[in-house]
Each structure stands twice: as structure tokens, then as C-alpha cells.
Ligand binder design. Structure first.
Ligand code: ADP
Ligand code: GLC
Length: 483
């Protein structure tokens, strides 16, 4: 089976969040079970710079509405072939993938991701210049949401699936974009790409894809209703027989405390004593008091409303009195960044904040913290709570989306039956978060129970293999329907 995996980011080449992690790991896991996957990604400056040996495999000089582009072929880790869409006027620039350095969306995003969507569709239909033709195109989020629409109107098209990683981002552009991107005018209707008078890339994908997946079973249910459907709940509910939730896995080689090169000391279930050295190193790096006995809470996150960290910032002063320490790594909304910095100034030795993106520090927090905090308002899947379990750092989470699917709340029963793996709270309030943290710290003080909990966490299997099998099953179902 041949699958084109179209995505706007792929780790380790280019990543802003979980989509990058998934795009880096899932295709490799699919290849390991015999699916011939190739990844299509935009040729951002940093991607082109990291391409070792590449060759031009196609040129697109005359795609109506788009500047000329080329397709380069290289290879990713785990031998996954990588198709890079090279179009310097659209992708070779300073700043972020989706926004400029000032945090404003690039004005030509419709064209940038319209081209990505269009080329993915070209490769999946009779127009393709490549000998390798996918049996199915796997699209991800709004950036490739137009692919199913373009495929719908092309000849000899492969079927497509659209994977939702986050329904909040919908790729909405003014109505004239429809003609600019050379979509047929007829598709600008409620049964098509139109969304409250505008074009929505995401809606297009949800409407035209042969199947929809999302990144946890619980989120698949939540998005069929308000408020988490973010306006798409009606369409999603009407397509529920073609909507499947598959929990993300993690790259267990990259996220392995026994081999992680970012750690001061490596450790494993059998050698937990070494984790203390990583705690001390983290305290030292973040300017915290070198106290081995105080519970250290860690955060690695985009600092946005979705992640609910405003609640944590609100109760942070109370936490220092428990006592507890807090380290935060993240970037995002200016107000939250400022609040985190301010707390670290007001509580030196107790609260540390690093505003920025740091792969290195993110691993050190997973390892060095005692508990990981993730109070997301909504969370399609979430990866950090999976990493933290693997690192023996029980997560404290709001019971929503994939967090509810992947963290088993610690109670006397779940601790006894070996399933407990963290702390989950219901009701998105600062007091509920505070109570969950208090509960977690209470358990931390009970050394025997704490050891059991950490062991449970580290025994869980979040490897990609199971999820890859589930995707393959979806692919097979779609192909059978398409015949
Ligand atoms: P989302 O994709 O919604 O941001 P996920 O939990 O799925 O949330 O994935 C986030 C990924 O991005 C994780 O790999 C996490 O470690 C990483 N990440 C987020 N913020 C930072 C940061 N400031 N520095 C390093 N890694 C980060
Ligand atoms: C999104 C979601 C996150 C998910 C990730 C990868 O960014 O916010 O919950 O884990 O995609 O699927």
C-alpha cells in the first residue's frame, strides 16, 4: 500500500508542536509495518538547509494561480522518503512557519498552503508527474485541508483522509480566495468549502475527505458537540460513521530516559536513583534552590488559552507555600510570557521560567521534574503527558480529550490494580487544579506509593506501533470502499 503523507511540519526538520512530532514518527512506524509512505512538506528555509542529498523529481511551472515550484526528493531518519515542495517566494523567509516574527499570520498563507494542498492532490491523481502514485493521500490539519477538495474535482484521484490535530485552527480566508486558488466556483456552498461566507480549508477537508481521523477517541466524541466542535460539530456529527479517533503514540527512541543524550544522568525503571541527578541539574539550570526533597512541577507548552496555563500562573504563588517549585518552558501569548517571567522574578529560587523553544530543556524538564502539569482547556491528544509518563514524571491533567484517554487518575483502587498513572481533575477552575496538585504532592510524600505510581507510568506502552496498525486498518477500509 502506498500513502502520501502531506503535512506542514515534520520533526526533527521543522516543528512548532505536536503535529511535527506525529509527522516525524507515524510515517516511520507505518513503514515498519509495510506501508510505503512518503512525506510531502513545504521547503521552508530550515528544511532546505538540512536536506543533505536531494534531487529534483518534478517541476510545476503552470499550476494555475500558483508561482512556479519544484519537488525535491530526500530521505528522513528511519529511511522515510521526503518530498520537499521548493517554492522560495512562498517558503524561503525569516520568521515562523505560519506567522512572521511579530506573530502576525503571513498575508499569503492561503497561497502558501493552497500550493501545498494542490501539489498533494496532483501527486494523488492522473496529473502526477511521478511514477510513484499513492493509493491514498493522508492530509493533516487545515494546511492540507484543500487536498481532498482538489482531489474531488480531478481525474483518477486516490481517496483521501484528513487527520484533525486541532480543530481550533480552521484556515479561514475571504471568499475571493476560491477563484484565486482555482477551485471551481460551484464548491463555494454549504455542501463544499464555504463556511459562514468565507472559505475554510479545514471545512473543505472535513467535507470532501473520504474519511476523517483525529488524535484520540475521546476528542472524536467531543468535537461532535459544542463547545469543542468550534462550529464544525454539525458537519462532524453528520459524518460520524467516517470519523475515527486514534490515540497518538510517541517516538520511544527519542523519548527514552535510558538513552536520552540531553540528560545529565540517564535512568530507567530499574535505576531510578539517577533521576535525582537530573532534578538537581534542572534546579541548577533554572536558578532554583537545590533542595532534593521539595516537589518540582514542570511545564513545557505553547503559552496559549488552549493550554490553560493562566490557571497555573494564578495559583503559582500559593504553590510555593506548599512548598513546591515550578519550572516553565514555553512561548506564546505575550501576556502569559510576561506573567511567567514576572513570577520567576518575584519568587527566585522557587519558580523558574524560560521563554523560548528549547528541545534540550524540554527533555530535561520531563526528566528532572517530579510532576508534569498540563491543565489544557481542550487537548486533541497531547504528547507531553505521554513523554512525562515514560520519564516517570506523573502528569497532572484536566480530564479532557486525549489527556482523559491517556492518564488514569490515581485512586487507592487504580494504584492497587496498577493502572494509575497521574492525576486528573474535572472542572476547569484554579481551585480544582490546585486541589489536584495538592493531592499529587500528598502522594509524593508517601514514598512507597510514589514509587509504585512512577513504576506504573514507566510500564505503559505508548509506542507508535499500535496506532500505526489502527491507521492501516482505516486506510484498508477506505480503499475497500473506494474500489
Ligand atoms: P501542541 O501540539 O498542541 O502544542 P502537544 O503536547 O501535542 O501540544 O505537542 C507539543 C510538542 O511541542 C511537544 O513535543 C513539546 O515538547 C513541544 N514543545 C512545546 N513548546 C515547546 C518549547 N517551548 N520548547 C520545546 N519544545 C516545546
Ligand atoms: C495538536 C494538538 C495536540 C496533539 C498534536 C498532535 O497540536 O493540540 O493535542 O497532540 O496536535 O496530534
Amino acid at each position: 500500500m502506498k500513502v502520501l503523507f502531506a503535512t506542514s511540519e515534520v520533526a526533527p526538520l521543522v516543528k512548532t508542536g505536536g503535529l511535527g512530532d506525529v509527522s516525524g514518527a507515524l510515517p516511520a512506524a507505518l513503514r515498519a509495518i509495510g506501508v510505503d509512505v512518503r512525506i510531502l512538506v513545504p521547503g521552508y528555509r530550515q528544511v532546505i538547509a538540512q536536506l543533505a542529498q536531494s534531487q529534483v523529481v518534478a517541476t510545476f511551472d503552470a499550476l494555475p494561480g500558483f508561482p512556479p515550484a519544484r519537488l525535491l526528493c530526500g530521505t528522513m531518519a528511519h529511511d522515510v522518503p521526503l518530498l520537499v515542495l521548493d517554492c522560495p517566494v512562498l517558503y524561503d523567509r525569516d520568521g515562523g512557519l505560519y506567522q512572521d516574527a511579530g506573530g502576525r499570520d503571513w498575508a499569503d498563507n492561503a497561497l502558501r498552503f493552497g500550493l501545498l494542498s494542490r501539489v498533494a492532490a496532483v501527486l494523488g491523481c492522473n496529473e502526477s508527474p511521478l511514477a510513484w502514485r499513492p493509493d491514498l493521500v493522508h492530509c493533516n490539519d487545515w494546511q492540507t485541508g484543500l487536498t481532498p477538495a482538489y482531489l474531488h474535482f480531478a481525474q483518477g484521484s486516490a481517496p483521501s483522509i484528513l487527520a484533525i490535530h486541532n480543530l481550533l485552527f480552521q484556515g479561514i480566508f475571504p471568499p475571493e480566495t476560491v477563484s484565486e486558488l482555482h477551485l471551481p466556483p460551484s464548491c463555494f456552498s454549504i455542501d463544499g468549502v464555504e463556511y459562514y461566507g468565507n472559505l475554510s480549508f479545514l471545512k473543505a477537508g472535513l467535507f470532501y475527505a473520504d474519511h476523517i481521523t483525529t488524535v484520540s477517541p475521546n476528542y472524536a466524541q467531543e468535537i461532535q458537540q459544542e463547545p469543542l466542535g468550534f462550529g464544525m460539530q454539525g458537519l462532524l456529527a453528520s459524518r460520524r460513521s467516517k470519523l475515527t479517533g486514534i490515540l497518538n503514540g510517541i517516538d520511544i527512541e527519542e523519548w527514552n530516559p535510558a538513552t536520552d543524550p540531553h540528560l545529565t544522568k540517564k535512568y530507567s525503571r530499574a535505576r531510578m536513583a539517577s533521576k535525582a541527578a537530573d532534578k538537581e541539574a534542572l534546579q541548577s539550570r533554572m536558578g532554583l534552590n537545590l533542595d532534593p526533597g521539595v516537589p518540582l512541577l514542570g511545564v513545557v507548552s505553547r503559552l496559549t488559552h488552549q493550554k490553560g496555563l493562566d490557571l497555573l500562573l494564578e495559583i503559582a504563588p500559593r504553590l510555593t507555600g506548599l512548598p513546591a517549585q515550578l519550572v516553565m518552558l514555553g512561548t506564546g501569548e505575550a501576556q502569559m510570557q510576561a506573567a511567567a517571567r514576572d513570577l520567576s522574578r518575584r519568587y527566585p529560587g522557587k519558580i523558574g521560567a524560560h521563554i523560548g523553544f528549547s528541545e534540550d530543556l524540554s527533555h530535561q524538564i520531563e526528566a528532572g521534574a517530579d510532576l508534569f502539569v498540563m491543565p489544557s482547556r481542550f487537548e486533541p491528544c497531547g504528547l507531553n503527558q505521554l513523554y512525562s509518563q515514560r520519564y516517570g514524571t506523573p502528569p497532572i491533567v484536566h480530564a479532557t480529550g486525549g489527556l482523559a484517554d491517556s492518564v488514569v487518575d490515581c485512586t487507592p483502587e487504580t494504584l492497587k490494580d496498577g493502572s494509575a498513572s497521574g492525576f486528573a481533575f474535572h472542572g476547569m477552575t484554579a481551585d480544582n487544579l490546585y486541589a489536584a496538585i495538592q493531592r499529587a504532592i500528598g502522594l509524593y510524600r508517601d514514598r512507597a506509593k510514589w514509587k509504585t505510581l512512577r513504576k506504573n507510568c514507566m510500564s505503559k506502552d505508548f509506542s507508535w506501533q499500535r496506532s500505526a496498525e489502527a491507521y492501516r486498518a482505516v486506510y484498508l477500509k477506505v480503499l475497500a470502499r473506494h474500489e
